[in-house]
Design a protein around this ligand. Structure first.
Ligand code: PLP
Length: 380
C-alpha cells in the first residue's frame, strides 16, 4: 500500500475495491463476457456524462480522448476556435494544429474563466468556425469554465461544442444533454478515481454527422471504428483493450453510482470550499479568481522566497503528502492541491497538517494548525 497520500489533480487514490477488481482473470476481449462488462461500463459512463447517447472507452490517457474528439470531427483545413486559458486549452489547440486544422485562439488570462460573450463574438466574426473547444476544469490553473452558459451561447450556432471534462466529470456538474455538448470526454484517473490509462468519449448526433463526413487522419483513435465495434450485438473495441482497466472502470463507476452522482459532486464542492478557506486561514493566496475556482483542484501562490523543491519536497518526504506543482510559466510560482476522487475531511486534514507544518518549518507561519482548524470548522 502506498503510504504517500496523493493529493494530485490525478492520478488520485484508488479504492481497494477498484484495485481488487483488476485482479480478476483476463478474458477474451472478443467474447461474450467482455462484451457484457464493456456494455455495462459504457452504459454507466453515459449515466455519468448525463447523456442518452452511447459512450465509448479508449485505452489511452485523457489526451487520447482529446485527440479523438478533435481529429474525428474537424477535417484538416477546417477552422476551430480553441479557448486557451491554461495548459490543457493549449494542448487542444496543439492537437488541432497537429491534425492540420486551422486554429483560432481565444486567449484567456490564466487564472480567470472565459466570458461566454467572447465566444459568441468570435463565432459572429467568422462563420466558418466548425467547432469550439473548451476545457471545463483547467487543471493547470484551478479554474472552472461556465460550460452551461457557454452551452446556451452555442445553441445559437451551427458549430460543434467540444468540452474537455477530464478533471471534472463526477466531481463537478457536467450534464452533456442539458448543456448541449456535442463532444465530451474524460479520463479514468481523476474524479472517477480509477487507475490511469483509460478514457471515455461521447458524441451527439450532430457530432456523429460530422464524423461521417470527416476523413480522419488518425488510425488508433478512429471513432468510426470505435462505433462499429462498440455497437455490435456483443460490443467490442476495435483493437485489444485493457481488459483489467475495464474492470477497474466498471467498479469505479459502480462506486460513483452507489454514492450518487449529485452527492459526489456536492462532496467535491465541499472539499473545494474547505480547501479555499484553509488556504486563506494559513495566510496563503489563491492563484485562481475565487469566483470561478475549481471544484476539484485548488491552485495556490507559492509563498515569497520558498522554492517548489523545499515546499513540495517537504510535504512529500517528511509528511507523506504529494501535492502538484505549477506547469509551464507557473512552475515554482504555484502549487496545486487536487481534491478529486475519494477525498473528504480525513485527507484534507492530513494535507493541511502537512502544509502547515512545512510552512512553519520554512518560517512562513507561526501557526502550523490554522489550516487544520479551518478544515475542522468547514466539516462540523
Ligand atoms: C483538463 C485536462 N485535460 C486533459 C488532460 C490530459 O489527460 P492525461 O494526462 O490523462 O492524458 C488532463 C490531465 O491532467 C487534464 O487535467
Amino acid at each position: 500500500m502506498n503510504d504517500i497520500l496523493l493529493m494530485l489533480p490525478g492520478p488520485t487514490t484508488v479504492h481497494p475495491r477498484v484495485l481488487n477488481a483488476m485482479s480478476k482473470a483476463v478474458v477474451n476481449h472478443r467474447g461474450a463476457k467482455y462484451g457484457e462488462i464493456l456494455s455495462e461500463t459504457t452504459e454507466l459512463m453515459s449515466k455519468v456524462f448525463q447523456t442518452p447517447n452511447k459512450s465509448y472507452l479508449l485505452t489511452g490517457s485523457g489526451t487520447a480522448a482529446m485527440e479523438a474528439g478533435v481529429a474525428n470531427t474537424v477535417a484538416p483545413g477546417e477552422k476551430i476556435l480553441n479557448v486557451v486559458g491554461g495548459k490543457f486549452g493549449e494542448r487542444l489547440m496543439k492537437i488541432s494544429q497537429t491534425h492540420g486544422i486551422e486554429t483560432k485562439e481565444l486567449e484567456v488570462e490564466w487564472g480567470t474563466a472565459v466570458d461566454p460573450k467572447l465566444i459568441a463574438e468570435a463565432l459572429d466574426e467568422d462563420e466558418d468556425i466548425k467547432a469550439v473547444t473548451v476545457v471545463h476544469n483547467e487543471t493547470s490553473t484551478g479554474v472552472a469554465a461556465p460550460i452551461e452558459e457557454i452551452g446556451k451561447v452555442m445553441k445559437n450556432y451551427d458549430t460543434l461544442y467540444i468540452v474537455d471534462t477530464v478533471s471534472s466529470l463526477a466531481g463537478d456538474e457536467v450534464n452533456v444533454e442539458k448543456f448541449g455538448i456535442d463532444v465530451c470526454f474524460t479520463g479514468s484517473q481523476k474524479c472517477l478515481a480509477a487507475p490511469p490509462g483509460m478514457a471515455a468519449i461521447t458524441l451527439s448526433d450532430d457530432a456523429w454527422a460530422a464524423v461521417d463526413k470527416v476523413e480522419t487522419n488518425t488510425f488508433y483513435l478512429d471513432l468510426k471504428a470505435a462505433r462499429k465495434s462498440g455497437d455490435k450485438a456483443v460490443p467490442e473495441t476495435p483493437y485489444t483493450p485493457s481488459v483489467s482497466l475495464t474492470y477497474a472502470m466498471n467498479e469505479a463507476l459502480k462506486m460513483v453510482m452507489e454514492e450518487g452522482l449529485d452527492a459526489r459532486i456536492a462532496r467535491h464542492h465541499k472539499a473545494a470550499k474547505a480547501s479555499v478557506a484553509a488556504v486563506k486561514a494559513l495566510g496563503l493566496e489563491l492563484f485562481a479568481d475565487e469566483a470561478v475556482s475549481s471544484a476539484t483542484v485548488t491552485a495556490v501562490k507559492m509563498p515569497e522566497g520558498i522554492t517548489d523543491a523545499d515546499f513540495r519536497g517537504t510535504t512529500r518526504d517528511k509528511y507523506g503528502v504529494e501535492l502538484a506543482g505549477g506547469q509551464d510559466h507557473l512552475k515554482g510560482n504555484i502549487f496545486r492541491i487536487g481534491h478529486m476522487g475519494n477525498v473528504s475531511y480525513k485527507e484534507l486534514t492530513q494535507t493541511f497538517a502537512a502544509i502547515g507544518m512545512t510552512l512553519k518549518g520554512l518560517g512562513v507561519t507561526d501557526d502550523a494548525g490554522a489550516g487544520v482548524a479551518s478544515i475542522a470548522e468547514s466539516y462540523l
